[in-house]
Design a protein around this ligand. Structure first.
Ligand SMILES: Nc1ncnc2c1ncn2[C@@H]1O[C@H](COP(=O)(O)OP(=O)(O)OP(=O)(O)O)[C@@H](O)[C@H]1O
Ligand SMILES: [Mg+2]
Length: 497
């Protein structure tokens, strides 16, 4: 069990203005599940890319079973025994599931292997999914799948290559609970077969459930490696953030005022009969399982999906919104769940991204108030602790979690009266989570109203004033603050009562 399979030795990697990795050494054992943890921008994805050969380290060496890996660049066809499920998807969206699994190495048949054997590839893909316990159509086009299914195809593809070391960079960020369970089962099976698994996640529950050891990075530096069974959440968090941090929900002092939004008998976007009131100064939680209809409801409130029946009443006035533009004009903002696709322009800077919704407001005649633009951006970058050398950095050069923060900042600058947060802390590290909770508190203390969709039970219970529970595309109840209890919520959300 203690045999070393992979060694990272004194690896340094710098980008202009950023030391992404600073003389990092790590050691991974055969057949262990090894967590890599740290705050957003700590260097987790960078070390993974170095190990996989996707980028070259400036200094240092990486040894797999004693053999130097550096310089052997990975292609789709050749494997050095290390496979990676990246944080960003690497699938070809216009191709089918089986084509993606066999990309670069199709099964061939006929004289001189002249023909691609489509039937065999479909069959093998189906067998692979059955073995993994996943239910995905091998012939479906990738871009017709949900994000969770895309992630599963990525995972299946990596697993199918029978690597010695399998690295997963936040594999569960987009998975539903049931799918997380399937993944955990597969990880245990691979571990039993002697595969080494390097697992990056911000979800503490998973880390404690599945990993044997944890290594912590902070600001590109190696901090410590601990046995998971011998550590605690508190200790890990202390290593990650470099200070004491209690995982609690900051208290707020917001006055709950008049009704700002009333939803009456709302139908549409696949959802039935939604009824609730949102007050000034209130955080209204939307609870339920993934797929329960929460995002679909939010889309109607944001003018992004058509309302079939029912009323949306804003400050006493009935409104019909056909486009998000109208919602924004009405003072409603939606911070979407899928921020990479919907929230960010990767080739633009942090500042351009963050000030996009207020661009008009910043411009008088055709002159842009550059100073104001810079000030607003700096304010949010500080408040959210976005890790970047400058606000001119392109969004694509930020770490995954820091990209999320830029999208959050963008809507915070927009200053809407009603802000809908869809999974606000997904992919966000523990320290920054607290900053986001504090920001939400500030918003309601300043008289705004918030709808928060979340799949994290502690967050829902800790932050909501009241909670609307959804199940199977309809609303099943509204819970008052005193009634907020995990068991009650789960019972309602499961839909079988
Ligand atoms: N191509 C690049 N150009 C400039 N800076 C980069 C580039 N890639 C990464 N960085 C920087 O290197 C640092 C480490 O980033 P990395 O993606 O490894 O973080 P991470 O630990 O994976 O964070 P997260 O939890 O947010 O995914 C960050 O400050 C990031 O902005
Ligand atoms: Mg990352």
């Amino acid at each position: 069990m203690s045999e070393t399979i992979l060694e990272v030795k004194n690896v340094t990697k710098t980008y202009p203005g950023v030391v992404a990795l600073d003389n990092v050494s790590l050691e991974f054992r055969k057949g262990e599940v090894h967590a890599l943890v740290g705050e957003n921008g700590a260097g987790k994805s960078t070390i993974i890319k170095c190990i996989a050969g996707a980028i070259q380290a400036d200094k240092g060496s990486i040894l797999l079973e004693g053999q130097e890996l550096v310089g052997k660049k990975l292609t789709e066809n050749s494997s050095n025994g290390v496979e990676v499920v990246y944080q960003e998807f690497n699938l070809a969206p216009q191709l089918s599931v089986y084509e993606n699994i066999f990309i670069g190495k199709p099964i061939r048949k006929g004289p001189g292997n002249a023909f691609v054997d489509k039937a065999a590839m479909i069959r093998e893909t189906r067998e692979l999914f059955t073995r993994l316990g996943m239910d995905i159509d091998p012939e479906a086009r990738i871009d017709t799948l949900s994000v969770a299914y895309m992630q599963f195809v990525e995972i299946a593809k990596a697993i199918s290559k029978k690597a010695k070391v399998l690295i997963m960079d936040e594999p569960t960020a987009t998975l539903t609970n049931a799918e997380v369970e399937i993944l955990m089962k597969n990880i245990r099976r691979m571990k039993a077969e002697g595969t080494t698994i390097i697992y990056v996640s911000h979800r503490m529950e998973e880390i404690f459930e599945i990993t044997d050891r944890c290594s912590v990075l902070r600001d590109g530096k190696y901090i410590a490696t601990v046995n998971t069974a011998e550590t605690s959440r508190e200790e890990l968090i202390r290593y990650m953030v470099g200070r004491e941090l209690v995982e609690t929900f900051p208290s707020r002092d917001a006055e709950i005022g008049e009704v700002v939004l009333e939803v009456k008998g709302l139908y549409g976007n696949g959802v039935s009969n939604v009824n609730f009131e949102l007050h000034k100064g209130e955080i209204l939680g939307f609870g339920g399982l993934v797929g329960a209809g929460r995002t679909e409801t939010a889309e109607m409130l944001f003018g992004a999906a058509r309302v079939e029946k029912g009323d949306i009443i804003l400050k006493g006035k009935k409104v019909t919104m056909h486009h998000p533009r109208e919602a924004i004009r009405n003072g409603i903002a939606l911070i979407p769940e899928d921020r990479k696709q919907h929230g960010l322009i990767l080739d633009k800077s942090i500042m351009e991204n963050m000030t996009l919704p207020v661009f008009k407001r910043l411009s008088t005649m055709q002159f842009l108030d550059k100073k104001k633009q810079i000030d607003l951006t700096n304010e949010q970058v500080e408040a959210l602790r976005v890790k970047t050398p400058t606000i001119d950095q392109l969004a694509k050069n930020l770490s995954g979690g820091n990209q999320q923060k830029v999208v959050l900042g963008k809507w915070l600058i927009a200053e809407s009266d009603i802000v809908i947060f869809d999974e606000p802390t997904r992919g966000i590290d523990v320290g920054a989570k607290q900053e986001i909770y504090k920001l939400m508190n500030q918003l309601v203390e300043n008289g705004k109203a918030i709808i928060m969709i979340s799949s994290e039970m502690p967050e829902l219970l800790g932050m909501s004033d009241r909670l609307v529970v959804f199940s199977e595309k309809r609303q099943v109840g509204v819970l008052e603050k005193e009634e907020l209890d995990q068991a009650v919520v789960l019972d309602m959300a499961s839909g079988d009562k």
